[in-house]
Ligand binder design. Structure first.
Ligand code: SF4
Length: 638
């Protein structure tokens, strides 16, 4: 099943143009950047001022929540005030549950976002067995509720986003398709079919999830479905509840960047638990990473694609020490360009030497290997850390492991009897090399690329190995220079995340010159593995970006929860400003902290409510108690 124009030649998946006020989305238009206000929609001035801050930062479409009729009506005041102050940026009303609010908003603003999971359905968390007849009866019921909005949008020239959210699929979809990418696509299709019957096409589609794997698979499936049915609606890309800071940026780039690299996406929103105007430069930098990609160097066509792009499965590889096989992907740090390496240098990559105790302390984010090039190390390194030398250096002292060029590898028998890294780019693959590595249980490839479309080139390399059943483990290497720390986060997450999400890669190596500290690069590497769900090494926070429905201060609360729980490796905590995405999103979280009223918090264990309406000032302590009760708590080490 095809989900993009080509896996080896970049071009944008051509969608139809959709007018949203004075902005056109889709077709050959630039990829539009958008965000959402966090203010109370009834507070006209605050909403207008926040919108202006977003617009000034570069936001091209402003979304505002309209939870009920009164907020929908107030969109007129917001629009008028913005106009009075000289701003005509298109506004989007965000609707959950309330068709009557949508019908009012559609006459005022340029676009309405509906969530097909809750537009016509109240969630009861029931698993119902449908016959074909009773399912069809449900579709008729949805149509009755949804059709008036379609007619209003058609009459007023209002655009619509059918925005599926993994966390709020209807009971009907969950019962028939489960919590799956297929269910997400079908959820949108039910609504899309109604629009198409009415000959209404001013539609944009989205498939958001906080799980990057689910999100990417759902968008790919949606495009495949559209190609099959000869449809081409523009796509709005986003990872929901991505969180804040570094984690939020990495997670967003892994999801959105993976799709952009294949030419999918017409508008993006980077959802961060931060002020919405802070999202805009992040989105710009993410798009910036793909500038000029269309003129990339040619890459051989993939004749027979061995990848399943719609279902995760990891490429089968040999186990070479702790690399490949069933091992989690390794992190390889780069000290090659360091002027001098001392024991203190290792602090940045997670290994801390205590002089009084004469001991190494290894933290959860400690690199597994370090490449030191031609350096000599005159001290003992931690036993858990593999040191890699350039082959010529290694031949002198035979310590650690060598990094060989293809020629070194083919021309020499004097190699490690445990582990040999072979540096290759796609063009280095030849029969002689493949024959030799096929029977060599010490070989690991370190792959690199100089192609502007590096992801596609490295993916092609993987497919060639897979077609020839070469099970040599692969460490994905990418090199960057002179980037800001944030640009590096977004670029590397897009480049490496896209491969990891497809089950490719037994490790990653980020060589970044003048792009920030060793510590930040190391943390980025672990962040990418965590965001692509291939190696969990820290607590995961699934926190919503907040909007006018938010019932507590999300940024402050997230910081408070993070401070208490950031040592709980592997524990996933959902922090939701309201219940809209709450319970569904809890499917992906171990514990949930959800706003259910002003100053009231409800706690979840997975999808189940365990404590209702706790006073906000006691809720973090209650969350900790809940984690303790379920045996997931450990005390912080000093
Ligand atoms: S979960 Fe957060 S962003 Fe989503 S509607 Fe609720 S408060 Fe708004």
């Amino acid at each position: 099943m095809k989900y993009c124009n080509s896996l080896n030649k970049y071009s944008r998946f051509k969608t139809r143009e959709v007018k949203v006020g004075n902005i056109t989305v889709g077709g050959n238009q630039p990829i539009r950047i958008q965000s959402m206000t966090t203010t109370n929609t009834m507070d006209t001035i605050e909403t207008v001022e926040e919108s202006i801050r977003m617009i000034k930062a570069g936001c091209e479409l402003v979304r505002i929540t309209a939870p009920s009729k009164k907020e929908a009506h107030n969109l007129q005041n917001i629009k008028d005030e913005l106009k009075k102050r000289g701003y005509n940026t298109p506004l989007i009303a965000d609707i959950h549950y309330t068709p009557n609010a949508a019908e009012i908003a559609a006459k005022i603003v340029e676009k309405v976002r509906v969530n097909p999971g809750n537009y016509a359905d109240k969630k009861k968390f029931e698993n119902i067995t449908y016959t074909d007849e009773s399912y069809d009866a449900e579709i008729v019921r949805i149509k009755e509720k949804f059709l008036p909005l379609v007619k209003i949008c058609k009459t007023h020239g209002t655009a619509m986003r059918i925005g599926t959210n993994h966390g709020s699929l209807s009971d009907r979809i969950l019962s028939r398709y489960g919590d799956t990418p297929k269910g997400m696509v079908e959820s949108a299709m039910e609504f899309l079919r109604i629009c198409r019957e009415e000959d209404y096409h001013n539609i944009i589609l989205s498939m958001k999830a906080s799980n990057t794997r689910v999100m990417v698979q759902a968008y790919r499936l949606l495009v495949a479905e559209m190609i099959k049915e000869k449809m081409n609606y523009p796509l709005h890309l986003g990872v929901t509840e991505a969180g804040e800071g570094e984690d939020g940026r990495i997670k967003s780039a892994v999801g959105i960047g993976t799709l952009l690299a294949d030419g999918i996406g017409d508008t993006i929103r980077v959802s961060l638990t931060e002020a919405p105007e802070h999202e805009i430069p992040v989105a710009e930098k993410l798009l910036n990473h793909f500038k000029g990609i269309e003129s990339h160097e040619d890459i051989n066509t993939i004749i027979k694609n061995p990848l399943d792009s719609f279902k995760y499965s990891r490429r089968k590889t040999n186990e070479v020490l702790n690399i490949g096989g069933g091992n989690a992907p390794i992190v390889m740090a780069d000290f090659c360009l360091k002027e001098k390496i001392s024991a203190a240098s290792f602090f940045g990559i997670g290994s801390n030497y205590s002089i009084p105790l004469d001991k190494w302390h290894i933290n959860d984010l400690a690199a597994d290997y370090v490449f030191v090039g031609n350096h000599d190390l005159d001290f003992e390194v931690p036993g858990t850390l593999g040191v890699i030398y350039n082959y010529k250096k290694w031949k002198i002292h035979k310590k650690g492991f060598p990094l060989l060029t293809v020629n070194d590898y083919l021309d020499n028998d004097e190699i490690s009897n445990k582990l040999n890294f072979i540096y290759i780019c796609l063009e280095d693959l030849n029969e002689e090399l493949l024959q030799k590595v096929k029977i060599d249980k010490t070989a690991v490839f370190l792959i690199d690329t100089y192609n502007k479309n590096g992801l596609a080139e490295q993916r092609t390399l993987f497919t060639q190995l897979m077609i020839k059943d070469i099970r040599t483990p692969v460490v994905i290497g990418r090199a960057y220079a002179n980037l800001s720390q944030e640009q590096l986060q977004l670029s590397a997450s897009s480049d490496l995340g896209g491969l990891l999400l497809d089950g490719l890669g037994d490790g990653i190596f980020i060589a970044a010159e003048n792009c920030g500290s060793y510590q930040s690069i190391n943390s980025l590497a672990f962040g990418i593995l965590q965001a692509s769900r291939t190696r969990i090494s820290k607590t995961e926070y699934i926190s919503c970006p907040s909007c006018g429905r938010t019932l507590f201060d999300l940024q402050e609360t997230t910081a408070k929860i993070r401070k208490e729980t950031d040592h709980l490796k592997g524990v996933k905590i959902g922090i939701m400003g309201c219940i809209v995405n709450g319970p569904g999103e809890m499917a992906d979280a171990d514990y949930g902290y959800v706003g259910t009223g002003k100053g009231k918090i409800t706690l979840y264990k997975e999808q189940d409510v365990v404590e209702k309406n706790i006073a906000e000032d006691k809720a973090v302590a209650s969350l900790i108690n809940l984690i303790k009760k379920h045996g997931d708590w450990v005390e912080k080490s000093n």
